[in-house]
Each structure stands twice: as C-alpha cells, then as structure tokens.
Design a protein around this ligand. Structure first.
Ligand code: MLT
Length: 266
C-alpha cells in the first residue's frame, strides 16, 4: 500500500491500473480489502484507487467524531494528491455511499459518475442515532470485537455461516483489527449525517445503483426507490448476495461496474 498526507491526515491506499479513475470507498467498520475482487478484476479496465478511510485499515485515526463531509474532504484531497487529472467515478458501499452524497454535494465538478452499492439515502432515526452513540461508547470502552457478532450475520446473505466461512472470516478479521477511535468517530459521524433523499432528483451525472438480492441493511426495494429518484440511474440487483455484494458475488458486481464504465466512454 502507498500512503499520502491528504486533508492533514495520513491516508493509505491502493492505486492500480490506468484509465478512468474509479474510487472505491469501503463500508463501516471495514477497510479497502473488502474491494479485493474489484481491485483485481477492474484494474485491467480502469484506474482503481481504493483508500482506507481515516481511522480504518492502515489510515491514521484523527478526531473524536468524523462527519461524512470530512471523509469526502479527505477523499477530494487524496484524488488531488494523486493527480488523477480527470473526473472520477465514485463507488461507495453503505457508509461509502453516505460519503458519496457529500462528495457529490461539494465536489460534483470532479465526479464523472456514481456507483452506489448497498447504501441508503435516508438519515438515521433518533433510535438508530442513539444506537450509534452507544456503539461508539462501547467500542472505546472494550474495543471493536463485539461488532463481529453484532454485525457480520447481517452483512451477508442468509445461510452464509454454512456456505461462506471464508467471507465470515475475512469480515471478522477486518472488524477485530479495526481501530477503536476510528470506528467510534465514524459511528458518531454517521449518527448525524444529513438525509440525502432531497438530493437525489438533482444528481445529474450517470449513476449505477447496485444491491444484493438479500441485503437486509439497505434492502432492494429501498435501493430501487433511490435509483428511481435519480434521473436516468440504472439499478442492478445482484443474485446470491446480501449487503456485501462486491465480496459475495464479485463477478456480477464487476460486470455491472465494467459495463457502466464502458457506457461512460461512449
Ligand atoms: C456499512 O456497511 O457501512 C454499515 O452497514 C453502514 C451503517 O451502519 O449504516
């Protein structure tokens, strides 16, 4: 991995391939390795940039609370530092999608397209926000390991504990090794994120919405409604996948993203 100081924080990232820059932004409380199959499978058709957001993976944690806007600012500074030289395709999963809305709001001139994977436009309910604050408190008190049992079963399609021990293991390892300060800061930032629903009709770049057939966190109906609210957006439902569609069914996700990228160059 390479590192660069962007927006005052040390950001670690992978940068592979050539062509249209595709920025892959991971979910919570994960890191860039969730995009392993996209880095391997798409770097032959585009330039894949896969960072660890601040406080995750190998990127430095800074701040007690990190808003989605701050994460978008980090990524804009990263793209600048890399001299991408052309607008990027921003691809975010779940929390990465929350960051995508903020990136679009502030840096739209630098966006060639959006890929929204297994994410939500709605803000947290007061109960959900309170749950995030409790998560932040607990993570700081006891570390992130309790999130393995709390989250992993919800991230994958039903039956994965029997059929996909490899994915259970890699997600569990990512969560166990997460930085408590980084996880807590992002949980607090997600709790107060804006509702992006009113933004959707104003998004005027090409958009691809990708959702796992069995996503229990950002269900297909909710994601189809997001796609219907964004003018011209396409929606792809990925079979045999839950919330972590890019890990669970990488061939289908890669094919959808490659076709989307191909459409951009026509
Ligand atoms: C994620 O995958 O990033 C999380 O499920 C986002 C969330 O907790 O809302």
């Amino acid at each position: 991995m390479k590192t660069v100081t962007a927006n005052g924080v040390e950001i670690a990232f992978r940068d592979e391939g050539r062509g249209t820059p595709l920025l892959l932004v991971h979910g919570f409380p994960l890191d860039h390795t969730m995009w392993k199959h996209q880095i391997e499978g798409l770097s032959s058709v585009c330039r894949v940039i896969a960072p660890d957001l601040r406080g995750f993976g190998r990127s430095r944690a800074m701040g007690a609370k990190v808003t989605m806007e701050r994460l978008a600012d980090d990524l804009a500074a990263l793209v600048d530092a890399l001299g991408a030289g052309e607008p990027i395709v921003f691809c975010g999963l779940s929390m990465g999608g929350y960051v995508a809305w903020e990136f679009w709001k502030k840096y739209r001139a630098g966006v060639r397209g959006l890929v929204l994977c297994d994410t939500r436009a709605a803000a947290d309910s007061p109960e959900a926000a309170a749950g995030r604050r409790e998560t932040a408190r607990r993570v700081l008190a006891e570390g992130p390991a309790f999130l393995v049992d709390a989250m992993v079963p919800k991230l994958l399609a039903p039956g994965a504990s029997a059929t996909r021990p490899d994915l259970i293991e890699s997600l569990s390892a990512m969560i166990r090794s997460a930085n408590a300060q980084g996880v807590a800061a992002a949980a607090l930032g997600m709790a107060e994120r804006d509702d992006a629903s009113t933004l959707l009709p104003r998004i005027d770049c090409p958009c691809l919405v990708v959702v796992g057939q069995y996503d229990a966190i950002s269900p297909p109906d909710e994601m189809r409604a997001i796609a219907e609210s964004i003018p011209g957006a396409q929606c792809v439902t990925v079979p045999d996948a839950g919330h972590m569609a890019p890990m669970e069914n990488p061939d289908q996700v890669n094919a959808a993203i490659a076709a989307f990228l191909d459409g951009l160059s026509r």
